[in-house]
Ligand binder design. Structure first.
Ligand SMILES: NC(=O)c1ccc[n+]([C@@H]2O[C@H](COP(=O)([O-])OP(=O)(O)OC[C@H]3O[C@@H](n4cnc5c(N)ncnc54)[C@H](OP(=O)(O)O)[C@@H]3O)[C@@H](O)[C@H]2O)c1
Length: 336
Protein backbone atom coordinates (compact mmCIF):
# COMPACT_ATOMS: atom_id res chain seq x y z
CA UNK A 1 0.00 0.00 0.00
CA UNK A 2 1.41 3.37 -0.98
CA UNK A 3 -0.25 6.00 1.25
CA UNK A 4 -1.18 9.16 -0.62
CA UNK A 5 0.70 8.03 -3.71
CA UNK A 6 -0.75 6.49 -6.84
CA UNK A 7 1.82 4.23 -8.51
CA UNK A 8 1.27 3.84 -12.24
CA UNK A 9 2.74 2.07 -15.23
CA UNK A 10 2.31 3.95 -18.50
CA UNK A 11 2.59 2.71 -22.05
CA UNK A 12 6.01 4.02 -23.12
CA UNK A 13 6.48 2.30 -26.49
CA UNK A 14 4.52 0.20 -28.95
CA UNK A 15 6.04 -3.29 -28.77
CA UNK A 16 7.60 -5.03 -31.72
CA UNK A 17 7.79 -8.77 -31.21
CA UNK A 18 7.75 -9.91 -27.58
CA UNK A 19 6.64 -7.32 -25.00
CA UNK A 20 9.61 -5.77 -23.17
CA UNK A 21 9.83 -4.14 -19.75
CA UNK A 22 11.08 -0.99 -21.52
CA UNK A 23 7.68 -0.73 -23.26
CA UNK A 24 6.44 0.61 -19.91
CA UNK A 25 7.42 3.59 -17.77
CA UNK A 26 6.78 4.04 -14.06
CA UNK A 27 5.65 7.14 -12.21
CA UNK A 28 4.05 8.20 -8.94
CA UNK A 29 1.28 10.81 -8.83
CA UNK A 30 -1.15 12.06 -6.19
CA UNK A 31 -4.19 9.93 -5.43
CA UNK A 32 -7.16 11.41 -7.33
CA UNK A 33 -10.38 12.49 -5.62
CA UNK A 34 -13.74 11.19 -6.83
CA UNK A 35 -15.90 13.85 -8.50
CA UNK A 36 -19.68 14.14 -8.39
CA UNK A 37 -21.17 10.68 -8.83
CA UNK A 38 -17.72 9.09 -8.76
CA UNK A 39 -16.01 6.51 -6.59
CA UNK A 40 -12.33 6.01 -5.76
CA UNK A 41 -11.15 2.42 -6.08
CA UNK A 42 -8.00 0.98 -4.49
CA UNK A 43 -6.88 -1.88 -6.73
CA UNK A 44 -5.85 -5.09 -4.95
CA UNK A 45 -5.19 -7.56 -7.76
CA UNK A 46 -4.38 -6.59 -11.34
CA UNK A 47 -5.04 -9.05 -14.14
CA UNK A 48 -2.59 -9.95 -16.89
CA UNK A 49 -4.37 -10.74 -20.14
CA UNK A 50 -3.01 -11.69 -23.57
CA UNK A 51 -5.22 -9.02 -25.16
CA UNK A 52 -3.09 -6.34 -23.47
CA UNK A 53 -0.47 -7.01 -26.15
CA UNK A 54 -2.84 -6.00 -28.94
CA UNK A 55 -3.99 -2.96 -26.97
CA UNK A 56 -0.38 -1.80 -26.64
CA UNK A 57 -0.26 -1.75 -30.43
CA UNK A 58 -3.75 -0.26 -30.75
CA UNK A 59 -4.83 -3.37 -32.63
CA UNK A 60 -7.84 -4.10 -30.39
CA UNK A 61 -10.61 -2.09 -32.02
CA UNK A 62 -13.28 -3.40 -29.62
CA UNK A 63 -11.87 -1.17 -26.86
CA UNK A 64 -10.90 2.50 -27.01
CA UNK A 65 -7.48 3.61 -28.26
CA UNK A 66 -4.46 3.54 -25.97
CA UNK A 67 -1.99 6.39 -26.54
CA UNK A 68 1.68 6.47 -25.62
CA UNK A 69 1.84 8.00 -22.12
CA UNK A 70 -1.56 6.63 -21.06
CA UNK A 71 -1.87 4.48 -17.96
CA UNK A 72 -1.57 0.92 -19.27
CA UNK A 73 -5.04 -0.58 -19.48
CA UNK A 74 -5.62 -3.66 -17.32
CA UNK A 75 -8.50 -5.37 -15.61
CA UNK A 76 -8.40 -5.30 -11.83
CA UNK A 77 -10.38 -5.96 -8.72
CA UNK A 78 -10.39 -3.62 -5.76
CA UNK A 79 -12.27 -1.92 -3.03
CA UNK A 80 -14.17 1.38 -3.02
CA UNK A 81 -12.33 3.64 -0.55
CA UNK A 82 -14.23 6.94 -1.11
CA UNK A 83 -17.53 7.47 -2.84
CA UNK A 84 -20.07 10.01 -4.03
CA UNK A 85 -22.21 7.33 -5.64
CA UNK A 86 -24.67 5.14 -3.71
CA UNK A 87 -24.29 2.37 -6.32
CA UNK A 88 -20.63 2.01 -5.28
CA UNK A 89 -20.52 2.35 -1.47
CA UNK A 90 -17.29 2.48 0.50
CA UNK A 91 -16.07 -1.06 1.13
CA UNK A 92 -17.72 -2.58 -1.99
CA UNK A 93 -15.71 -5.16 -3.93
CA UNK A 94 -15.63 -4.01 -7.56
CA UNK A 95 -13.91 -4.98 -10.79
CA UNK A 96 -13.24 -2.98 -13.94
CA UNK A 97 -10.54 -1.87 -16.35
CA UNK A 98 -8.87 0.23 -13.65
CA UNK A 99 -5.44 0.05 -15.30
CA UNK A 100 -1.94 -0.61 -13.99
CA UNK A 101 -2.28 1.75 -11.01
CA UNK A 102 -3.08 1.73 -7.30
CA UNK A 103 -6.09 4.04 -7.52
CA UNK A 104 -8.72 4.69 -10.18
CA UNK A 105 -11.75 6.95 -10.25
CA UNK A 106 -14.98 5.82 -11.90
CA UNK A 107 -18.61 6.85 -11.96
CA UNK A 108 -19.48 3.46 -13.43
CA UNK A 109 -19.78 4.88 -16.95
CA UNK A 110 -16.29 6.07 -17.89
CA UNK A 111 -14.95 2.76 -16.53
CA UNK A 112 -17.78 0.20 -16.25
CA UNK A 113 -17.68 -1.50 -12.86
CA UNK A 114 -19.07 -4.81 -11.66
CA UNK A 115 -20.01 -5.01 -7.98
CA UNK A 116 -19.51 -8.37 -6.29
CA UNK A 117 -21.07 -9.92 -3.25
CA UNK A 118 -18.73 -9.22 -0.30
CA UNK A 119 -18.57 -12.98 0.37
CA UNK A 120 -16.66 -13.55 -2.88
CA UNK A 121 -12.89 -13.81 -2.68
CA UNK A 122 -11.32 -11.01 -4.80
CA UNK A 123 -9.19 -13.54 -6.69
CA UNK A 124 -12.35 -15.40 -7.68
CA UNK A 125 -13.98 -12.12 -8.76
CA UNK A 126 -10.99 -11.51 -11.05
CA UNK A 127 -10.62 -15.15 -12.11
CA UNK A 128 -13.34 -17.71 -12.53
CA UNK A 129 -16.11 -15.10 -12.11
CA UNK A 130 -14.08 -12.40 -13.90
CA UNK A 131 -13.46 -11.69 -17.57
CA UNK A 132 -11.77 -15.00 -18.39
CA UNK A 133 -14.46 -17.01 -16.59
CA UNK A 134 -17.14 -15.11 -18.53
CA UNK A 135 -15.20 -15.76 -21.74
CA UNK A 136 -15.12 -19.50 -21.05
CA UNK A 137 -18.81 -19.59 -20.12
CA UNK A 138 -20.21 -17.66 -23.09
CA UNK A 139 -17.65 -18.90 -25.60
CA UNK A 140 -18.30 -22.53 -24.82
CA UNK A 141 -22.05 -22.39 -24.21
CA UNK A 142 -23.15 -19.81 -26.79
CA UNK A 143 -20.68 -20.43 -29.60
CA UNK A 144 -19.70 -24.04 -28.89
CA UNK A 145 -23.20 -25.23 -27.91
CA UNK A 146 -22.00 -28.43 -26.22
CA UNK A 147 -24.15 -31.55 -26.07
CA UNK A 148 -23.59 -34.55 -23.80
CA UNK A 149 -21.25 -36.98 -25.51
CA UNK A 150 -19.46 -34.35 -27.60
CA UNK A 151 -15.68 -34.61 -27.90
CA UNK A 152 -14.20 -31.23 -26.98
CA UNK A 153 -10.59 -30.18 -27.54
CA UNK A 154 -9.22 -27.06 -25.88
CA UNK A 155 -5.89 -25.36 -26.55
CA UNK A 156 -4.32 -23.11 -23.92
CA UNK A 157 -6.18 -25.49 -21.63
CA UNK A 158 -4.27 -24.87 -18.41
CA UNK A 159 -4.76 -21.12 -18.59
CA UNK A 160 -7.51 -19.00 -17.06
CA UNK A 161 -10.01 -19.31 -19.90
CA UNK A 162 -9.19 -22.81 -21.12
CA UNK A 163 -9.30 -24.45 -17.69
CA UNK A 164 -12.76 -23.03 -16.99
CA UNK A 165 -14.08 -23.85 -20.48
CA UNK A 166 -12.93 -27.45 -20.05
CA UNK A 167 -14.61 -27.83 -16.67
CA UNK A 168 -17.87 -26.41 -18.03
CA UNK A 169 -17.68 -28.87 -20.93
CA UNK A 170 -17.29 -31.70 -18.38
CA UNK A 171 -20.33 -30.38 -16.46
CA UNK A 172 -22.26 -30.59 -19.75
CA UNK A 173 -21.32 -34.27 -20.17
CA UNK A 174 -18.61 -33.92 -22.81
CA UNK A 175 -15.33 -35.80 -23.18
CA UNK A 176 -12.62 -33.16 -22.88
CA UNK A 177 -9.00 -33.11 -24.03
CA UNK A 178 -6.66 -30.19 -23.36
CA UNK A 179 -3.35 -28.97 -24.73
CA UNK A 180 -0.80 -27.23 -22.53
CA UNK A 181 2.90 -26.45 -22.54
CA UNK A 182 4.30 -28.55 -19.67
CA UNK A 183 3.82 -32.07 -18.25
CA UNK A 184 2.89 -30.51 -14.88
CA UNK A 185 0.07 -28.53 -16.47
CA UNK A 186 -1.14 -31.63 -18.33
CA UNK A 187 -1.13 -33.63 -15.09
CA UNK A 188 -3.10 -30.87 -13.36
CA UNK A 189 -5.73 -30.91 -16.10
CA UNK A 190 -6.31 -34.64 -15.78
CA UNK A 191 -5.69 -35.28 -12.08
CA UNK A 192 -7.12 -32.13 -10.52
CA UNK A 193 -9.83 -30.70 -12.76
CA UNK A 194 -11.18 -33.77 -14.52
CA UNK A 195 -10.04 -33.54 -18.13
CA UNK A 196 -10.11 -36.90 -19.89
CA UNK A 197 -6.66 -36.45 -21.40
CA UNK A 198 -4.03 -33.84 -22.14
CA UNK A 199 -1.32 -33.24 -24.72
CA UNK A 200 1.94 -31.43 -24.06
CA UNK A 201 2.00 -29.52 -27.34
CA UNK A 202 5.69 -28.69 -26.92
CA UNK A 203 6.91 -32.28 -26.70
CA UNK A 204 4.23 -34.52 -28.24
CA UNK A 205 3.40 -35.29 -31.86
CA UNK A 206 0.21 -33.21 -31.60
CA UNK A 207 -1.29 -34.47 -34.85
CA UNK A 208 -0.81 -38.12 -33.89
CA UNK A 209 -2.12 -37.54 -30.36
CA UNK A 210 -5.25 -35.72 -31.54
CA UNK A 211 -5.96 -38.58 -33.95
CA UNK A 212 -5.41 -41.16 -31.20
CA UNK A 213 -7.57 -39.39 -28.62
CA UNK A 214 -10.36 -38.38 -31.01
CA UNK A 215 -10.80 -41.34 -33.42
CA UNK A 216 -14.31 -40.19 -34.36
CA UNK A 217 -13.28 -36.56 -34.72
CA UNK A 218 -13.69 -33.36 -32.71
CA UNK A 219 -17.18 -31.94 -32.14
CA UNK A 220 -15.99 -28.70 -30.51
CA UNK A 221 -12.56 -27.15 -30.78
CA UNK A 222 -12.17 -24.22 -28.34
CA UNK A 223 -9.21 -22.33 -29.75
CA UNK A 224 -7.06 -20.06 -27.61
CA UNK A 225 -3.88 -20.25 -29.65
CA UNK A 226 -4.46 -20.32 -33.44
CA UNK A 227 -1.55 -21.21 -35.74
CA UNK A 228 -0.45 -24.79 -36.33
CA UNK A 229 -2.66 -26.27 -33.58
CA UNK A 230 -5.79 -24.74 -35.12
CA UNK A 231 -4.79 -26.30 -38.43
CA UNK A 232 -4.27 -29.73 -36.87
CA UNK A 233 -7.67 -29.59 -35.19
CA UNK A 234 -9.40 -28.35 -38.36
CA UNK A 235 -8.12 -31.48 -40.06
CA UNK A 236 -9.83 -33.66 -37.41
CA UNK A 237 -13.28 -32.07 -37.07
CA UNK A 238 -16.40 -34.24 -37.04
CA UNK A 239 -19.60 -33.57 -38.99
CA UNK A 240 -21.32 -30.31 -37.85
CA UNK A 241 -18.38 -29.39 -35.61
CA UNK A 242 -18.17 -25.99 -33.93
CA UNK A 243 -14.81 -24.20 -33.80
CA UNK A 244 -14.85 -21.48 -31.17
CA UNK A 245 -12.28 -18.81 -32.00
CA UNK A 246 -11.61 -17.39 -28.56
CA UNK A 247 -8.03 -16.25 -29.07
CA UNK A 248 -4.83 -16.78 -31.03
CA UNK A 249 -1.98 -16.25 -28.58
CA UNK A 250 0.58 -17.89 -30.89
CA UNK A 251 0.32 -14.83 -33.14
CA UNK A 252 0.23 -12.00 -30.58
CA UNK A 253 4.00 -11.44 -30.39
CA UNK A 254 4.78 -12.81 -33.83
CA UNK A 255 6.61 -10.72 -36.39
CA UNK A 256 6.52 -11.17 -40.14
CA UNK A 257 3.83 -12.65 -42.30
CA UNK A 258 1.17 -14.72 -40.51
CA UNK A 259 0.04 -18.05 -41.96
CA UNK A 260 -3.70 -18.55 -42.49
CA UNK A 261 -5.37 -21.88 -41.59
CA UNK A 262 -4.56 -24.26 -44.45
CA UNK A 263 -7.26 -26.76 -43.51
CA UNK A 264 -10.22 -24.36 -43.35
CA UNK A 265 -11.89 -26.07 -46.31
CA UNK A 266 -12.73 -28.99 -44.05
CA UNK A 267 -15.50 -26.66 -42.75
CA UNK A 268 -17.24 -27.32 -46.06
CA UNK A 269 -16.79 -31.09 -46.14
CA UNK A 270 -17.85 -31.43 -42.49
CA UNK A 271 -20.65 -28.79 -42.65
CA UNK A 272 -18.94 -27.13 -39.71
CA UNK A 273 -19.02 -23.65 -38.23
CA UNK A 274 -16.03 -21.54 -37.12
CA UNK A 275 -17.02 -18.41 -35.19
CA UNK A 276 -15.24 -15.76 -33.19
CA UNK A 277 -16.67 -13.73 -30.33
CA UNK A 278 -15.77 -10.96 -27.90
CA UNK A 279 -16.85 -11.49 -24.31
CA UNK A 280 -17.90 -7.89 -23.65
CA UNK A 281 -20.83 -8.42 -26.04
CA UNK A 282 -22.30 -10.60 -23.26
CA UNK A 283 -21.80 -8.07 -20.44
CA UNK A 284 -25.56 -7.69 -19.98
CA UNK A 285 -25.69 -11.41 -19.09
CA UNK A 286 -22.70 -11.62 -16.72
CA UNK A 287 -24.92 -11.79 -13.59
CA UNK A 288 -26.75 -14.79 -15.02
CA UNK A 289 -23.40 -16.54 -15.60
CA UNK A 290 -22.11 -15.65 -12.13
CA UNK A 291 -25.21 -17.13 -10.52
CA UNK A 292 -24.88 -20.43 -12.38
CA UNK A 293 -21.11 -20.63 -11.92
CA UNK A 294 -21.34 -19.96 -8.16
CA UNK A 295 -23.66 -22.96 -7.98
CA UNK A 296 -21.04 -25.10 -9.75
CA UNK A 297 -18.28 -23.78 -7.44
CA UNK A 298 -20.37 -24.57 -4.34
CA UNK A 299 -21.07 -28.06 -5.69
CA UNK A 300 -17.34 -28.67 -6.19
CA UNK A 301 -17.74 -28.96 -9.97
CA UNK A 302 -15.78 -25.85 -10.92
CA UNK A 303 -12.34 -25.20 -9.44
CA UNK A 304 -10.15 -22.18 -9.75
CA UNK A 305 -6.37 -22.02 -9.70
CA UNK A 306 -4.53 -18.73 -9.55
CA UNK A 307 -0.91 -17.86 -10.13
CA UNK A 308 -0.26 -14.77 -8.03
CA UNK A 309 2.84 -12.62 -8.37
CA UNK A 310 3.46 -10.24 -5.50
CA UNK A 311 4.37 -6.59 -5.92
CA UNK A 312 3.17 -3.71 -8.06
CA UNK A 313 6.56 -3.25 -9.68
CA UNK A 314 6.37 -6.80 -11.09
CA UNK A 315 3.53 -5.86 -13.47
CA UNK A 316 5.51 -5.45 -16.73
CA UNK A 317 7.53 -8.61 -16.09
CA UNK A 318 4.31 -10.46 -15.20
CA UNK A 319 2.84 -9.69 -18.62
CA UNK A 320 5.94 -11.14 -20.27
CA UNK A 321 5.66 -14.22 -18.04
CA UNK A 322 2.09 -14.78 -19.28
CA UNK A 323 3.43 -15.22 -22.80
CA UNK A 324 6.19 -17.50 -21.47
CA UNK A 325 3.57 -19.85 -19.98
CA UNK A 326 4.52 -19.12 -16.34
CA UNK A 327 0.92 -19.38 -15.14
CA UNK A 328 -1.43 -22.24 -14.42
CA UNK A 329 -4.96 -20.87 -14.19
CA UNK A 330 -5.47 -17.14 -13.79
CA UNK A 331 -2.38 -14.91 -13.63
CA UNK A 332 -2.63 -11.79 -11.48
CA UNK A 333 -0.40 -9.41 -9.54
CA UNK A 334 -1.23 -8.62 -5.92
CA UNK A 335 -0.59 -4.91 -5.50
CA UNK A 336 -1.58 -4.11 -1.93
N1 LIG B 1 -12.62 -13.58 -27.24
C1 LIG B 1 -12.59 -12.98 -26.05
O1 LIG B 1 -13.47 -12.18 -25.69
C2 LIG B 1 -11.45 -13.31 -25.12
C3 LIG B 1 -11.47 -12.86 -23.79
C4 LIG B 1 -10.42 -13.24 -22.94
C5 LIG B 1 -9.36 -14.00 -23.44
N2 LIG B 1 -9.37 -14.37 -24.75
C6 LIG B 1 -8.29 -15.17 -25.32
O2 LIG B 1 -8.24 -16.40 -24.61
C7 LIG B 1 -6.91 -16.91 -24.66
C8 LIG B 1 -6.47 -17.28 -23.24
O3 LIG B 1 -6.41 -16.08 -22.47
P1 LIG B 1 -6.18 -16.16 -20.88
O4 LIG B 1 -6.36 -14.79 -20.35
O5 LIG B 1 -7.01 -17.26 -20.34
O6 LIG B 1 -4.64 -16.52 -20.78
P2 LIG B 1 -4.02 -17.82 -20.14
O7 LIG B 1 -4.47 -18.98 -20.99
O8 LIG B 1 -4.26 -17.86 -18.70
O9 LIG B 1 -2.46 -17.58 -20.34
C9 LIG B 1 -1.87 -17.67 -21.57
C10 LIG B 1 -1.28 -19.10 -21.80
O10 LIG B 1 -1.11 -19.27 -23.19
C11 LIG B 1 -0.11 -20.23 -23.41
N3 LIG B 1 0.74 -19.78 -24.53
C12 LIG B 1 1.58 -18.72 -24.56
N4 LIG B 1 2.15 -18.62 -25.79
C13 LIG B 1 1.66 -19.65 -26.52
C14 LIG B 1 1.85 -20.09 -27.86
N5 LIG B 1 2.68 -19.45 -28.69
N6 LIG B 1 1.19 -21.19 -28.28
C15 LIG B 1 0.34 -21.85 -27.45
N7 LIG B 1 0.10 -21.48 -26.17
C16 LIG B 1 0.75 -20.38 -25.73
C17 LIG B 1 0.72 -20.36 -22.13
O11 LIG B 1 0.52 -21.64 -21.58
P3 LIG B 1 1.31 -22.94 -22.10
O12 LIG B 1 2.28 -23.31 -21.01
O13 LIG B 1 0.23 -23.95 -22.28
O14 LIG B 1 2.02 -22.57 -23.37
C18 LIG B 1 0.10 -19.30 -21.22
O15 LIG B 1 0.06 -19.71 -19.88
C19 LIG B 1 -6.05 -15.82 -25.30
O16 LIG B 1 -5.88 -16.13 -26.67
C20 LIG B 1 -6.89 -14.58 -25.16
O17 LIG B 1 -6.61 -13.61 -26.12
C21 LIG B 1 -10.39 -14.04 -25.59
Amino acid sequence: MSDGVNRQFLLAARPHGMVKESDFSYREVAVPAPGDGGALVRTRYISLDPSMRGQMENRADYVGPLALGDVMRAGAVGEVVASNNPDYPVGALVSGAFGMQDYAVSDGNNVPMRVFDAAIDPTVALGVLGGTGMTAYFGLLQIGQPKAGDVVVISGAAGATGSVAGQIAKIKGCTVFGMAGTDEKCAWLVEEIGFDGAINYKTADVKAEVSRLCPKGINIYFDNVGGEILDICLARIAMNARIVICGGISRYNATGRLQGPRNYFNLVFRRARMEGFIVIDYAHRFNEAVQEMRGWIDAGLLKQKTTIIDGFKELPRALIRLFEGYNTGKLMVRTG
